[in-house]
Design a protein. Structure first.
Length: 154
């Protein structure tokens, strides 16, 4: 049975399910990652089958309006495991209603239940509103992310 957290706002948060794929694909597109429902379904099947990953969705009026995806993993740098927020998005029509903040709080609670005390995330340099949002929630800037696209191997 998926975890559910009903909020006094007309929306609630629950564990993601494979049948959320079409709505999650649209959210990925809002982040700038073109994704069709079939691709998202394949991704979700892999993610949801791996207990290191956790995906929560916010539901409003019967539809997914936000999501957060996390990962817990052993650390090279520390003796304890770490947590990472891999994706956070709220639909354009549902922003500024506390959904993102509630998704972060849900993920942080889940991390705590898993014994994770340190959480990190990445955000694009151009997403200045996101930077301010994370800083308001206590996240600190502490480095740079470098990305390189490798050629596909046969």
């Amino acid at each position: 049975m998926p975890a559910r957290r009903r909020l006094d706002t007309g929306w609630w948060i629950r564990d993601a399910e494979v049948n959320d794929a079409p709505e999650l694909a649209m959210l990925m597109c809002e982040l700038g990652y073109e994704t069709d429902p079939t691709e998202m379904e394949a991704r979700l099947e892999l993610i949801l089958s791996n207990s290191a990953y956790k995906t929560f969705v916010a539901i409003r009026d019967g539809s997914v309006c936000g999501m957060i995806g996390t990962l817990t993993y052993p650390s090279y740098e520390h003796n304890d495991a770490s947590g990472r927020i891999l994706a956070l998005v709220t639909s354009g029509t549902a922003r500024r209603r506390g959904i993102g903040r509630a998704l972060i709080a849900t993920a942080e609670k889940d991390f705590g239940q898993r014994g994770i005390g340190r959480v990190s995330l990445d955000t694009r340099l151009t997403r200045e509103d996101a930077h301010k949002f994370y800083e308001l929630l206590g996240y600190e800037r502490n480095g740079w992310r470098f990305v390189k696209q490798l050629p596909a191997s046969n």
